[in-house]
Design a protein around this ligand. Structure first.
Ligand code: SAM
Length: 686
């Protein structure tokens, strides 16, 4: 069954592919699908078949050679399987594309291979070994959704796990060349239906090509009905014919009809971008843009990680709702994304530790909530699983009276060091100062860019009144609570949330948790003999002073989370009084619905005019697409979960700016849209 475009299928784990291994023509064992009774690649010569059917018939060598666009060339594939096609496309890109070109691969897969099977299947191609290793190292858990992998500096792979048609309907992105793969139509009739071809057409760039090994009537008819022209061309090996073709004029994207305000802004020049704020939100955006060849000026009053992202240690974890909602989906996607992104950025784990996170059920109510969560979300055990008190205690290395949820892939990060590392990325230059004002350079010119008026810090101040100006093509605001102090962002509500952590120097031999343990608060494995726990949580309090009362609160929370642990620490010689604790306080920013803002900044005044009728009749569907401040973006309201949300939001924004497919399903990207509150208020007549 396929899903309607904006309907998300359940948040669940997927079945791995069931394989048996059969000898190919050269006597090597090759993967064969037991479920579909078909081969993953030709037993005659899989590599040569891929090159003939998918690469040559899409004219990839020539198109790569001629690729000059600032955006990446996008290949879409139905059925990732072993990844052979995509690895060959990557090798072909490296052989032919000019130095500045980029490649973006999008592939669907409903039955992902288990990691060991993937590695084994790819050993058949020794000259692809390095590429295969990059893929295997980042191979995601089998969870429905989008998983972004960084194959190298120029090549990105988005794996869309789930049914092909459903996934293409949820894709926000457009494709230049399609690999129409998947087991033969006779073996897999469920996949080859009209809705698939319609979804491909709707996600095609004008002139997008396709190639497929089959000439089945259902494929020819379906492609033609969807608007693709095709011709028969010589097939590979014993197959006489195959199909190749193109779509000149893809159909209009109907997705935005019901929510025109979410129409993305037109793509604009982005050679130079200013990012305001050098916390996690800003430094992740800066690094994501710089990786795409954009020159970034990263502006901060105090430097990287000075605000809420400046703790020496922070937990990478999420709290997911018992009943699935869009926010939970975004956070789970964010957690899995952060984990993969950290492993790619810092394989030596100098900046993070993947030791796991235990979320304890310290009350009967929380235990019931967790049981409901597990019943509603059949996710792989590597992602989240229920554990009893004994197992929890074994994992944490401490006696625990409660069980809970274990997230083996989560862990902790050094946010301050991470921000500094990202701020030092090639292509990012730092500016110490404060942005006073943002003004569009040419009022009516969509591509006119922005002028920033800066002052303070040691950034200069050579101009009048100690002010400087900076002119850029686009701007990303990532300044936590300061994000809505500009005229253009004033309509986006943000709430300050004060949070203080406590730090204790551990005496030698003192017990310590081996995993991050959280309940109301959290406590992390020590680094450099310092135990960090907390954090207090005070909405609407923007005072950044460290308070004794907050230390007392954190100590009480530590006792609730790990009963008896404080006594064990005291016995080991630690002094557990507020006076003996060190602290750090920061003010985080939250949106009213507690989801981040990640996307283009709406022109709220225009929305209020264009959509005023919604106040009287919320069922109206206005025709006007949403107007945005051209080239102005925001990543903010990450609250205390920035480690899980900021890296994914950064990719989301950089992908939009650089005209690439998004790393999230369209409804999730919509959920994070900064204009959601403006439209909600209009509908409610506020
Ligand atoms: N392109 C692959 C490669 O390079 O190894 C080979 C693809 S294999 C012949 C077909 C793949 O399509 C299998 O991995 C299978 O699990 C996947 N598949 C089959 N039906 C599907 C569906 N409805 N949605 C998504 N993937 C599907």
């Amino acid at each position: 069954m396929t899903a309607a475009p904006d309907h998300l299928p359940p948040l669940a784990g997927l079945e791995n592919a069931r394989l048996d291994w059969r000898q190919d023509d050269s006597g090597e064992s090759a993967p064969h699908s037991s479920a579909f009774d078909d081969v993953y690649f030709s037993r005659h010569d899989g590599r040569a078949e891929t090159e003939h059917v998918f690469l040559a018939a899409n004219r990839l060598p020539e198109r790569f050679r001629d690729w000059q666009a600032p955006r990446p060339f996008v290949i879409g594939e139905t059925g990732f399987g072993t990844g052979l096609n995509m690895l060959c496309a990557w090798a072909c890109f490296d052989a032919h594309a000019p130095a500045g070109a980029r490649l973006h691969l999008v592939s669907t897969e409903k039955f992902p291979l288990a990691r060991d099977d993937l590695a084994r299947a790819l050993t058949a191609w020794p000259d692809l070994a390095e590429r295969a290793a990059a893929l295997v190292a980042q191979w995601p858990e089998p969870v429905a959704g989008v998983h972004r992998l960084w194959l190298d500096d120029r090549v990105t792979l988005d794996l869309h796990f789930g049914d092909t048609t459903e996934r293409l309907q949820l894709l926000d992105g457009a494709v230049d060349a399609w690999f129409l793969d998947g087991f033969a139509p006779s073996k897999n009739p469920e996949m080859w239906h009209d809705a698939l071809f319609a979804a491909m057409a709707a996600r095609s760039r004008p002139g997008a090509t396709f190639a497929t090994f089959t000439c089945a009537g259902v494929v020819k008819r379906g492609l033609r009905a969807a608007g693709f022209a095709w011709r028969k061309v010589p097939g590979f090996g014993r197959k006489r014919e195959m199909l190749a073709g193109e779509i000149e004029t893809p159909p209009a994207d109907e997705r935005r009809r019901a929510t025109p305000w979410l129409t993305p802004p037109a793509v604009q020049t982005a050679r130079r971008v200013a990012v305001i704020g050098a916390g996690l939100a800003g430094t992740t955006v800066a690094a994501a843009l710089a990786r795409r060849g954009v020159a970034v000026t990263l502006i901060d009053r105090e430097g990287p990680g000075a605000g809420a992202s400046g703790n020496a240690q922070g937990a990478l974890y999420v709290k997911l709702a018992a009943d699935t909602n869009l926010q939970s989906r975004c956070y789970l996607a964010g957690l899995l994304h952060s984990r993969r992104w950290l492993a790619a950025l810092d394989p030596d784990q100098a900046l993070w530790s993947p030791g796991g996170v235990l979320q304890l059920a310290t009350t009967a109510r929380e235990a019931r909530r967790q049981a409901r969560f597990l019943a509603n979300h059949p996710l792989p055990e590597r992602v989240v699983r229920g554990v009893d008190a004994e197992e929890a205690g074994r994992l944490a290395g401490l006696d625990l009276p409660h069980g809970g949820l274990d997230y083996p892939l989560a862990g902790w990060v050094r946010p301050d060091a991470l921000c500094r590392r990202l701020a030092a990325s090639d292509g990012v230059s730092a500016y110490r100062g404060e942005v006073r004002e943002l003004s569009p350079i040419a009022g009516d010119d969509e591509d006119g860019g922005w002028r920033l008026t800066l002052s303070g810090g040691d950034g200069g101040g050579g101009g009048k009144n100690g002010e400087n100006t900076l002119e850029v093509d686009q701007v990303v605001i990532a300044a936590a609570n300061g994000s809505n102090r500009f005229a253009q962002t004033a309509a986006l509500p943000l709430q300050p949330v004060r949070g203080q952590i406590s730090r204790l120097t551990l005496p030698q031999g003192a017990p310590a948790p081996a995993r991050v343990v959280c309940a109301g608060g959290y406590v992390m494995p020590p680094i450099d003999a310092t135990l960090t726990f907390g954090a207090s949580f005070a909405p609407n309090d923007a005072d950044a002073a460290t308070r004794e009362a907050d230390h007392t609160f954190n100590l009480e929370e530590l006792e609730r989370t790990l009963p008896g642990y404080a006594a064990a620490l005291t016995e080991a010689g630690a002094e557990l009084s507020p006076a003996a604790l060190d602290g750090r306080t920061a003010v985080r920013a939250a949106s009213p619905d507690k989801s981040p803002y990640a996307g283009p900044v709406p022109d709220a005044e225009a929305w209020r005019r264009d959509y005023a009728a919604l106040a009287k009749d919320a069922t109206l569907i206005p025709a006007t697409p949403g107007r945005h401040h051209p080239g102005l973006w925001i990543s903010a309201a990450h609250g205390s979960r920035g480690l899980a949300s900021a890296p994914l939001c950064a990719e989301l924004i950089a992908s939009r700016i650089c005209d690439e497919p998004l790393p999230l399903e369209a409804p999730l990207a919509d959920h994070l849209h900064p204009g959601r509150r403006v439209i909600r208020d209009l509908i409610r007549g506020h």
